[in-house]
Design a protein around this ligand. Structure first.
Ligand SMILES: *Cc1c(COP(=O)(O)O)cnc(C)c1O
Length: 365
C-alpha cells in the first residue's frame, strides 16, 4: 500500500463550481439552457480583443512562452506604477499563493485568516503541514486579527478583500492598520481578486499595489480570472518588494503560463473599456439581486464583488435549494460547507439573471 504524506490525511480536495458539462450529462439539459452562476466568471465572456490575440497566436503553440514574461510584466508595471522586478506571474493567482506557502511554511508554522474565506489558503497551508488559525468573524476585523496574531505569531496572514465567498470588503484604512501592526517576519497577503469591483463601488475600499509597496513583508495578489474574463487562461500575479519576489521565484517552474495565456493577458492589459463595460453591466444587475432579497425578506451581505451571498432563514435549506436549482440547469454555489446556510450567486447577464429569478422564485415557493 502506498504511504502518502501524512499531511494529506487532513486535506479536503478543493470543490470547484460545478461545470456546465455535468448538468448536461446528469440531467439531460441542453448546454445552451444551462446558466452557470457559480464560479464568479465574467458573464459577458472574453473581451473580443483578447479572443483575437489568442487566435492570432495559435500558430505559436509549439513554442514555449517568453519565460521572462517581459511584456506582461511591463504592462502590469505601467498599470500599477511599480517596477518589473516587483512582479511575479502565476498560473492564476492561486499559483502565487502556492509559491508563498511553500516559501515560508513548515510543520511548525501557522497561518491566520478570517472565519470564512478563500478555501485554497487552508489547503496550501495544510500541504506544508502548517496549522490553520481563523478569526471569529468572516469580516476582517483589526482586533480579532491582532489577538490571534499576538498569541500565535503566524507566518502568513491572509486579508482577502473583497472577501470570497461572502462578498464583503475591508476598508483600506483597516487593512493598513492591520499591516502596520504586524512585524516584518510575517507575510501579509492582500488578495485583491475582486478589487476591480470594490474600487468601482467605493474608493474607501480601493487598494492598489502601490499602497503596500513600502512594506517589505506584504504582497498584493491580482488575477485575470474575474473582471478580466479570463478564468480559462489561468493568469494571476503577485506584487511586492523585490527581496520577497526574488525568493518566490525559486518556487516557480519554468514556463508556468502558456504561450496563449501570456498573449491574452498582454492584450487584456490594454483593454480598459472591456473592464468598464463589465462593471457597468454588473452594477446594474446586482441591484436586481438586492431588490429581490428585500422584496422577499432575505438577508444578503452587501457585496463589493461580482457575486452576492444570500443568507437563508432556518426554514430554507441551502443544500436543498442548490440541488433543486441544479436540476433546473441553474448552477450556483452552496455555502453549507463553509458553515453557512447560504448561497453565493455570481451576477450574470440580464438574461441569465432573469432565468435565475424565475427558477429561484419557483424553488422557494
Ligand atoms: C478566484 C480567486 C483567486 C484566484 O483565482 P485564479 O483563477 O487562480 O487567479 C484568488 N483569490 C480569490 C479570493 C479568488 O476568489
Amino acid at each position: 500500500m502506498i504511504r502518502f504524506n501524512k499531511v494529506l490525511r487532513d486535506i479536503k480536495t478543493y470543490e470547484a463550481g460545478k461545470p456546465i458539462e455535468l448538468v448536461v450529462r446528469e440531467f439531460g439539459i441542453d448546454a445552451k439552457d444551462v446558466v452557470k452562476l457559480a464560479s464568479n466568471e465574467n458573464p459577458i465572456g472574453t473581451s473580443p480583443a483578447v479572443e483575437k490575440s489568442i487566435i492570432a497566436n495559435a500558430n505559436k503553440a509549439h513554442l514555449y512562452p517568453d519565460d521572462s514574461m517581459y511584456e506582461l510584466k511591463n504592462a502590469l508595471a505601467d498599470k500599477f506604477d511599480v517596477k518589473d522586478e516587483n512582479i511575479i506571474i502565476g498560473a492564476g493567482s492561486d499559483q502565487v499563493l502556492e509559491f508563498i506557502s511553500r516559501a515560508v511554511l513548515d510543520e511548525n508554522a501557522s497561518v491566520l485568516m478570517s472565519a470564512v474565506t478563500f478555501a485554497m489558503y487552508e489547503i496550501y497551508a495544510k500541504q506544508m503541514g502548517a496549522k490553520v488559525l481563523r478569526t471569529m468573524s468572516y469580516e476582517h476585523k483589526y482586533d480579532e486579527f491582532m489577538e490571534a496574531y499576538e498569541m500565535r505569531k503566524p507566518k502568513i496572514v491572509y486579508i482577502c478583500t473583497p472577501n470570497n465567498p461572502t462578498g464583503d470588503a475591508t476598508s483600506k484604512d483597516e487593512v493598513l492598520k492591520i499591516i502596520r501592526a504586524i512585524a516584518d517576519d510575517t507575510i501579509v497577503v492582500v488578495d485583491g481578486a475582486y478589487m476591480e469591483y470594490a474600487s468601482a463601488k467605493d474608493k474607501k475600499y480601493a487598494i492598489t499595489p502601490s499602497d503596500i509597496m513600502e512594506f517589505p513583508n506584504v504582497i498584493y495578489l491580482g488575477t485575470f480570472s474575474k473582471a478580466y474574463g479570463m478564468g480559462g487562461m489561468r493568469v494571476g500575479y503577485g506584487i511586492a518588494q523585490y527581496e520577497l519576489i526574488k525568493e518566490l521565484y525559486k518556487m516557480r517552474p519554468p514556463f508556468n503560463i502558456s504561450t496563449l495565456s501570456l498573449a491574452a493577458a498582454i492584450e487584456a492589459c490594454k483593454d480598459d473599456s472591456f473592464i468598464e463595460g463589465s462593471i457597468t453591466l454588473h452594477q446594474e444587475q446586482i441591484k436586481r439581486y438586492e431588490r429581490f432579497a428585500n422584496e422577499n425578506g432575505f438577508t444578503y451581505i452587501e457585496s463589493y464583488t461580482n457575486f452576492i451571498t444570500y443568507l437563508f432563514p432556518e426554514h430554507l435549506d441551502a443544500t436543498h435549494i442548490s440541488d433543486m436549482l441544479l436540476k433546473r440547469g441553474v448552477i450556483i454555489r452552496n455555502l453549507t460547507s463553509y458553515g453557512m446556510n447560504a448561497i453565493r450567486i455570481t451576477i450574470g447577464t440580464q438574461k441569465q439573471n432573469d432565468i435565475f429569478f424565475k427558477n429561484f422564485t419557483e424553488v422557494i415557493a
